[in-house]
Design a protein around this ligand. Structure first.
Ligand code: BES
Ligand code: ZN
Length: 612
């Protein structure tokens, strides 16, 4: 452990959780989980008798230590860290001893980790649905714990749910039985025997079905999505094998995928044994499967080797994007990796310009004291992190050599948590013969300076050239040139290239309205259902002040809730002066049905005051 975690109250220097035993009862009527969590803590100091756990909006009912009642107190509520739970043991312990602290509690209906859906909000319309999203600092609103990625523990869970519903967790299933206390309910059991940080605890309850897609994989979702999901993610086993070949053995046993309802706020979430995925990945042609490659890659970078605090988040995401693109390289070829990498550089430019080039949150390693990790989230840790790794790859001898380093980094720090300093020390040790090269890197500019990186890596443009050329034709076209455009322009472009073409246009001055209307006439982009295409197309239309696109943009912003799409779509309409109020009105109307984290962030984006 180095410096304390600025996003947590937990006293991880005094004791660390080694195992959590959870008994949870999911109550859909009250929208709460009633639970008991027994934390096995290893004591790190002598004369130990008090500890602090993270909580947020939890009702604490009782606390015991080794079966004896313990005193507890809650501190003042912090805006995003929640409320510290201070526990005093009825005895003293010494360094090296263990103690089991058991807390009985109840969550609140507004818990940011949980979204409770009514049957109306599900595909099947018959049953309610619950899912969790704990990353980064929301686990504390689901259960009291040391909610810092510096601490890792195994877990076991028993979850009681209405017997028509299925529960799943980020763990291996350990059985299902009738609830001995309630004939209307069933108890599901789970075990996670690999130590994980709290943010990787995940729970879903709903009318779920599954279909096997590989020797260690099934897809899970409501019946309505399950066949489409099985088709879309059929490359899973090939990706797992490729990842193992690159990074070492897969230690988690199963790799299942859960397709969530449309309000799931992320593209994917690397919950161990059970990746959570947005239904917006169901393009029908497997073209968005890189998100699955990405979540698979987290099985090594993130879940085995974990960032010690959210200030070192780039260690999770930068290495994962690097591995994701190495998987892409094996399966699709090097030109595809180069194409994705140059697209990533553009995403980085977008994030830097959204935050502002002087904004300290655009540092690769930001200072998160008094910063909500949800507010700090952007493409920066992903793409500045990837760019640094790719730059090092170029300097140190190419992809094979650099992947050797990444694999060795994984082996060295597996099952632990790391800081940027430890990563850098290991880099210098691994490449000790190339110290002259490493010493020329401007580390301070890469890591602790806002804005774009000090060096732009060179990417091969073979697949991007066609996108750049078409973008230029449109931006340079005069009214009288429009008749020269035709469906053939895009016929040979893959959906990845279409996305790139639209992204390039979004970096330019808005096209005249006549141009966008012509683009619709010749390319019929309105008919495209690929979510990455549709998202950019609608932004482009709104930006060119095409009024008919406004309702479509707001519909996409509300019919699905992936923040990557929903936030920019709302912002785009908000910046169209004439429809600013409409954006706010639509948001206020849909807010109650939105995911709590999404609605909080969109409220900030639209300058609407937070809900009481
Ligand atoms: N771990 C992230 C999602 C996340 C990050 C959730 C921070 C909460 C806080 C996940 O692995 C991710 O990066 N998803 C991306 C996938 C993309 C980069 C391929 C997404 O959601 O779009
Ligand atoms: Zn990720």
């Amino acid at each position: 452990m180095s410096a304390a975690d600025p996003s947590s109250f937990a006293s991880a220097a005094k004791c660390v959780s080694r195992h959590l035993n959870l008994s949870l009862r999911v109550d859909f009527d009250a929208r709460v989980i009633r639970g008991k969590v027994a934390l096995t803590l290893e004591v790190l100091e002598d004369r130990f008798s008090c500890l602090t756990l993270d909580t947020r909006d939890l009702k604490i009912i009782s606390v015991s230590a080794n079966g004896q009642e313990a005193r507890f107190d809650t501190g003042a509520k912090h805006a995003f860290k929640g409320t510290p739970l201070e526990i005093t043991l009825p005895f003293e312990l010494s360094r090296g001893q263990n103690v089991i602290v058991e807390v009985s509690y109840e969550t609140s209906p507004g818990a940011p980790a949980l979204q409770w859906l009514t049957p109306q909000q599900t595909a099947g319309k018959k049953h309610p649905y619950l899912f969790s999203q704990c990353q980064a600092h929301h686990c504390r609103s689901m259960l009291p714990c040391q909610d810092t990625p510096a601490v890792k523990h195994t877990y076991y869970a028993q979850v009681s749910v209405p017997k028509d519903l299925v529960a799943a967790m980020s763990a291996v299933r350990d059985g299902r039985e009738a609830d001995p206390r309630d004939a209307a309910r069933a108890v599901y059991r789970f075990r996670q025997n690999v130590a994980v940080p709290s943010y990787l605890i995940a729970l879903v309850v709903g009318a779920l079905e599954s279909r096997q897609i590989g020797p260690r994989s099934s897809v899970w979702s409501e019946a309505e999505y399950v066949d489409r999901a099985a088709f879309e993610f059929s490359e899973t086993e090939a990706m797992l094998k490729t990842a193992e070949d690159l990074a070492g053995p897969y230690v988690w046993g199963r790799y299942d995928i859960l397709v969530l309802p449309p309000s799931f706020p992320y593209g994917g979430m690397e919950n161990p044994c059970l990746t959570f995925a947005t239904p917006t990945l169901l393009a029908g042609d497997k073209s968005l499967s890189n998100v699955i490659a990405h979540e698979i890659a987290h099985s090594w970078t993130g879940n085995l080797v974990t960032n010690e605090t959210w200030e070192h988040f780039w260690l999770n995401e930068g290495h994962t994007v690097y591995l994701e693109r190495m998987i892409g390289r094996r399966l699709e070829g090097e030109p595809f990796r180069q194409f994705k990498a140059s697209g990533g550089w553009k995403d980085l430019r977008d994030s830097v310009s959204t935050f502002g080039a002087e904004n300290p949150l655009t540092n690769l390693v930001p200072d998160l004291r008094e910063v909500d990790p949800d507010d700090a989230f952007s493409s920066v840790p992903y793409e500045k992190g990837f760019a640094l790794l790719y730059h090092l790859e170029e300097l140190l001898g190419g992809p094979e050599v650099f992947m050797g380093f990444v694999k060795s980094y994984i082996q060295t720090f597996a099952y632990g948590s790391v800081t940027t300093g430890q990563w850098k020390d290991f880099l210098f040790t691994y490449f000790k013969d190339k110290a002259d090269v490493l010493n020329k890197v401007d580390w301070n500019a890469w890591m602790f300076t806002p804005g774009m990186p000090p060096v732009k890596p060179r990417y091969d443009t073979a697949l991007a050239d066609a996108c750049v050329a078409l973008c230029r034709r449109w931006t340079e076209a005069k009214e009288r040139d429009l008749s020269g455009f035709g469906a053939a322009d895009v016929e040979r472009l893959s959906s990845h290239q279409l996305v790139e073409f639209l992204s390039l246009l979004l970096q330019e001055e808005p096209l005249p309205l006549s141009h966008v209307k012509k683009m619709q006439e010749v390319y019929d982009l309105d008919a495209r259902t690929n979510s990455e295409v549709r998202f950019r197309w609608l932004r482009l239309c709104v930006r060119s002040r095409w009024e008919e696109a406004v309702p479509a943009a707001l519909r996409m912003a509300t019919e699905q809730g992936r923040m990557k799409f929903t936030r920019p779509l709302f912002r785009e309409v908000f910046h169209f002066e004439k429809y600013r109020e409409e954006a706010v009105r639509v948001f206020l109307d849909s807010r109650a049905a939105m995911h709590p984290v999404t609605s909080g962030l969109v409220a900030k984006d639209l300058k609407v005051t937070a809900q009481p």
